[in-house]
Write a protein that binds this ligand. Structure first.
Ligand code: NDP
Length: 298
């Protein structure tokens, strides 16, 4: 039976280190790491995410600002706010919560964020740095960065000789995950909806990362014995056993089934999810250290 990779515990460890390093920076330079989270509209899921980011930032001892704008905010007004935050010395990290309302071009907004404050790692400069292996100066998107740290805890930093398969090719998870695994010497294949015989491909993976958005798609017979599985998926499914109309969260991996074959698996919830927010804090800390001309802690 596989080991369950405890993302919650590892995320708490990351956050406690961030807290210590933030205190050191404040004591040594008087600079308090600052994060601004911008939300446009009233999407309830986004509201929850934004509130939890603010709470975690305060727990880390950061200066935290939330800018809540009405759904009808114009693209120009949002650009103006981002430019103001780019110039604000109290702010080291800027996060614009996605998705934005349809009338706003998210691409333009993301490219307006200063690459030095782009703690989500979505600006072309940071995407390019990750793609060219400039990891020391890039901001890496939080979910893949957190997933990588979980892999690191199980297998170590050097993945030489290991085959990795990433299922999903989105810009926010699949592609950066591919680049990170490659940077750590894994031999990486990226799969997507047009991939032929996905199950057979997944069975070649010593490291299997699922970022698809299909509940419990990956079963035991897709898994190589002894594999490490990182389940990024978050899917809500009906849970009539909990009562009428109740739901529960599951990943893209059938955890109980896959765990009979794999060596280590992340649960959902409690795996990659908590790591995402922890890495946002870590990225903001790094941004603050860089702005102070100091080498960020590793
Ligand atoms: P996207 O919808 O942007 O991408 C999904 C990817 O999966 C696409 O590349 C798509 O292929 C591929 N895909 C879809 N169906 C299949 C299939 N049947 N077989 C193989 N590949 C398939 O999703 P995201 O990357 O944004 O998110 C993926 C999952 O991760 C979601 O469940 C999301 O909720 C979760 N997530 C979790 C986070 C966390 O903090 N834990 C953070 C971000 C996301 P194609 O490109 O060909 O369409």
């Amino acid at each position: 039976m596989a080991v369950t990779i405890n993302g919650k515990e590892i995320a708490e460890d990351v956050v406690s280190k961030v807290k210590l390093s933030a205190a050191k920076l404040i004591e040594g330079t008087g600079i308090t790491p600052g994060i601004a989270v911008v939300i446009v509209g009233e999407d309830p899921a986004s509201q929850v995410y934004v509130a939890s980011k603010g709470k975690k930032a305060r727990e880390c001892g950061f200066h935290s600002e939330q800018h809540t704008l009405p759904a009808e905010t114009s693209e120009e007004d949002l650009v103006t706010l981002v430019e103001k935050l780019n110039a604000d010395p109290l702010i080291h990290g800027i996060l614009v919560q996605l998705p934005l309302p349809k009338h706003i071009d998210s691409g333009r907004i993301i490219q307006t964020i200063s690459p030095d404050k782009d703690v989500d790692g979505f600006h072309f400069i940071n995407v390019g740095k990750l793609g060219t292996g400039e990891l020391d100066t890039a901001f890496v998107p939080c979910t893949p960065a957190g997933s990588m740290l979980l892999i690191d805890r199980v297998l170590g930093r050097d993945l030489s000789g290991l085959n990795a398969v990433v299922v999903g090719r989105s810009n926010i998870v699949g592609k950066p995950m591919f680049n990170l695994l490659l940077a750590h010497n894994a031999t990486v294949t990226i799969a997507h909806s047009k991939t032929k015989d996905l199950a057979a491909l997944c069975r070649t993976a010593d490291i299997l990362v699922a970022a698809v958005g299909r509940p419990q798609m990956i079963k035991a017979d897709w898994v190589k014995p002894g594999a490490t599985i990182i389940d990024v998926g978050i899917n809500r499914i009906p849970a009539p056993e909990r009562g009428e109309g109740k739901t529960r969260l599951v990943g893209d991996v059938d955890f109980a089934d896959a765990a009979t074959v794999a060596a280590a698996v992340t649960p959902v919830p409690g795996g990659v999810g908590p790591m995402t927010i922890a890495m946002l804090m870590a990225n903001t800390l790094v941004a603050a250290y860089r702005s102070a001309g100091k080498t960020p802690p590793r």
